[in-house]
Design a protein around this ligand. Structure first.
Ligand SMILES: [Mg+2]
Length: 195
């Protein structure tokens, strides 16, 4: 059996609207084309894996349990539109801030490899043939460090990072997409090209 291809998706600003810390599930809202993008991955047998840093837990803004509630709401909203996520990872830690349970130099906080490695093992993913999609340059760099191709979306922080910071980028996204649907279309084409 060949290993599977996955897309490792940032959550806030990439799938749902970026609006600061999501400290109540009602604050999670899908962006217009997100479910269409995820559905396209689903239909093309590309695994969809969310990887999200949620240091609001370490900072004491909300309890870890809320992340699970919010992620369940995300799955429910996607399901209504015919899409699903294969796996969801989150990191509640912070290296320098927080209560003893959450202040640590963990292996899961992006740009550390933990979240990708965990899902890759669980779902038999070929990381080097996979993709990262995010709204921040730090997501792009994280993917490249892990050996994936990286797509940056212009939703969330994306447009601001692109317009005001791209001159100082030491790395470049493999593709810049307007939104998650644009990212999905490019990734599917790119996979077919390399088959
Ligand atoms: Mg983001």
């Amino acid at each position: 059996m060949t290993k599977k291809i996955a897309v490792f998706l940032d959550r806030d600003g990439t799938i749902n609207k970026e609006g600061g810390y999501i400290n109540h599930e009602s604050r999670l809202e899908l962006m217009p084309n997100s479910s269409k993008g995820i559905k396209l991955f689903n239909e093309n047998n590309i695994l969809t894996v969310v990887c999200t840093n949620q240091a609001g837990v370490a900072r004491g803004y909300f309890k870890e349990n809320l992340i699970q509630v919010v992620n369940q709401r995300l799955q429910n909203l996607l399901k209504k539109e015919g899409a699903y996520l294969d796996d969801i990872n989150y990191c509640p830690h912070h290296p320098t801030v927080g209560s003893p349970d959450y202040q640590k130099d963990c292996n899961c906080r992006k740009p550390k490899p933990g979240m990708i490695e965990k899902s890759a093992k669980k779902l038999d993913i070929d990381i080097k043939k996979s993709y990262v999609v995010g709204d921040k340059m730090s997501d792009v760099i994280w993917g490249h460090k892990m050996g994936t191709k990286s797509v940056m979306v212009m939703t969330g922080y994306g447009r601001g990072e692109y317009e005001y910071h791209r001159e100082s980028w030491h790395d470049k996204p493999d593709y810049i997409a307007q939104d998650l649907l644009g990212a999905a279309k490019w990734i599917i084409k790119d996979i077919k090209k390399t088959l």
